[in-house]
Structures are given as C-alpha cells and as structure tokens.
Design a protein around this ligand. Structure first.
Ligand SMILES: Cc1cc2nc3c(=O)[nH]c(=O)nc-3n(C[C@H](O)[C@H](O)[C@H](O)COP(=O)(O)O)c2cc1C
Length: 265
C-alpha cells in the first residue's frame, strides 16, 4: 500500500494540532486515534504549501513523502532587526548605470533561489526564469523592444533617445531577468511581480543592482520578433522583467517620497 499523503509519526506527534490549525485548505483533522491525519480527499485539495511540515516543532509530519529532515531548518540567530530590514527595503533603488560585465551566475542563482519562496496564489509557483547575459544580447532585445514600441502610442520620447544611441530601454544593463509562465489558465502576473520583488531585494542585499524593465515588459507580448528572440517554451508568455548588473554608483541618502495616504475604517 502506498504511503498516505499526510503521515504522522505517533512517537513524535504531541497532538498540539498546529498542523491542523495552519493548513489553509483544512485537509488535516484529528483521527479516532487522536492523531492528525489527512481527510479523504486530501491529495486532491492539498496545495502543497508545506505549512503542516514547517510548523511542527516535533518533526512528526511527512507530506507527500517529504520528510521534515529533508527541509532546511530556520536559523534562530539569523533574525534581522527592524531597523536593518527597513534600511534594506528603503535603500533599494532603480539602478540605471551599470558596470559592463554580467553578474556572476552563482550570485543570480542565489537571488532566484530566494525568490522561490515568494508567495503565489494557491501556491501555484508559476514562474519560470530566463536570464539574458551580455550586452550584445541585451542590445538585440532593446532594439526589438524599440521596434515594437514604434507600433504603440506614448513612447515617442524614449524612441527619440533610443535613435540617438542612448539605451533608455535596457539602460546599458548586462543582464535581464525575465519571469515567464504558461499563457493558459490563471493570470500569474501578480505572482511574477512578487517573485521579482523578492529577487530585487535579494539582489540588493548582495550588492547587485536592478531596475524594472517596463518598456520591455510592455513590448514583450506584442512582438512576435521579441518572443522569438527570447525562445520561450511553447504556450508561455512574459509576465515581468528586471534589468540587473553591478551598479556603477552608490546612493548616499534616501530620496524623497510622498507621505503615506492612510485611511482607517
Ligand atoms: C512596473 C515598473 C516598471 C518600470 N519600468 C522602468 C523602465 O522601463 N525603465 C526605467 O528606467 N525604470 C523603470 N521603472 C523604475 C521606476 O521609474 C522607479 O521605480 C521609480 O522612479 C522609483 O525609483 P526607485 O525604484 O529608485 O525607488 C519601473 C518601475 C516599475 C515598478
């Protein structure tokens, strides 16, 4: 007989019910033996978020064959002070002046690895990553973006600069990080935007600069040429994209921002 979707070790479980309380889709309940167990349609309804394994202080629960010991433990001493977190979040800037050399692949992979933990609707984790490397490729994509923008209103100012030889489209960045997903089904644009936001904060923490590639994003799905150059898998579309590279300059202060407009109800 195959192993149940939710398997609880009676020797470890202290019946605290945390796995039941944490499950967002209510597929775990106490069984007649007093131990948590999956309900009958647990497999079909499980979204694989793993909260049940991750919350158990006794490492008592195995989910879909994944034992708690196979998952990284949280390092208690590694907490970030609110002040440090605030500075990291506030000091991220859009970088538009880059060093020429592409970012070390290992560094980019670390940022992508962090971005895997971004939230996604129904834990779909829909994002696939494409990493573009090198100025030659970047200029080719910027040129194709300019071509697509010519067919749209509003972008005249950028196109004039592009035609003067200024890369206002991909800003001289040596890398582009493209989040793409299947076109069919739910629209995963919000999931991709959150994943890239995780990416850019992880990048900032490691000294890598980023900037949202809004013009490229606008053009990407309107341009068959651009799509072809990206070589996305069949049925996929670009959701969001970030330029990346090592910044040429550093910032000394926070820039001004609007005061928060808050209403309590
Ligand atoms: C969705 C989105 C698209 C953007 N597109 C571009 C772009 O195409 N080119 C660019 O230079 N900056 C782009 N930006 C950067 C914004 O101009 C920038 O976030 C804003 O001016 C605030 O500056 P900061 O990011 O340094 O705080 C974009 C930002 C977002 C969120």
């Amino acid at each position: 007989m195959s192993q149940p979707h939710i398997l609880v070790d009676p020797a470890r479980c202290d019946r605290d019910g945390l796995c039941i309380a944490e499950c967002p889709v209510a597929i775990i309940a106490f069984g007649p033996d007093g131990l948590p167990a999956g309900v009958t349609d647990a497999v079909e309804r499980c979204i694989g978020c793993g909260h049940c394994i991750a919350v158990c202080p006794k490492d008592a629960l195995t989910l879909a064959g994944q034992a708690p010991e196979s998952l990284p433990a949280l390092e208690k001493g590694l907490g970030v002070s609110p002040e440090a977190a605030e500075q990291l979040l506030r000091s991220r800037r859009s970088i538009r002046r880059y060093k020429k050399t592409p970012v070390d692949r290992a560094l980019l992979l670390q940022c992508i690895d962090t971005a895997r933990y971004a939230p996604s609707g129904m834990n779909a984790q829909p994002v696939h990553w494409l990493v573009v490397e090198g100025r030659e490729r970047m200029l080719e994509l910027a040129g194709l973006t300019a071509g697509a923008l010519r067919r749209l209103p509003y972008f005249l100012r950028f196109l004039e600069s592009w035609e003067r030889g200024e890369d206002v489209i991909l800003r001289g960045a040596p890398n582009l990080i493209v989040a793409h997903a299947e076109r069919a089904g739910f629209d995963h644009t919000v999931d991709a935007a959150i994943a890239l936001t995780y990416f850019e904060l992880a990048a900032h923490a490691r000294g890598v600069g980023t900037c949202w590639a809004g013009l490229f994003m606008r053009a990407a799905n309107d341009s068959p040429e651009l799509n072809q150059a990206l070589g996305l898998p069949e049925g996929h579309r670009v959701l969001c994209a970030l330029m990346a590279g090592m910044p040429k300059y550093g910032f000394q202060r926070l820039p001004p921002r609007k005061a928060a407009r808050v209403r309590w109800l």
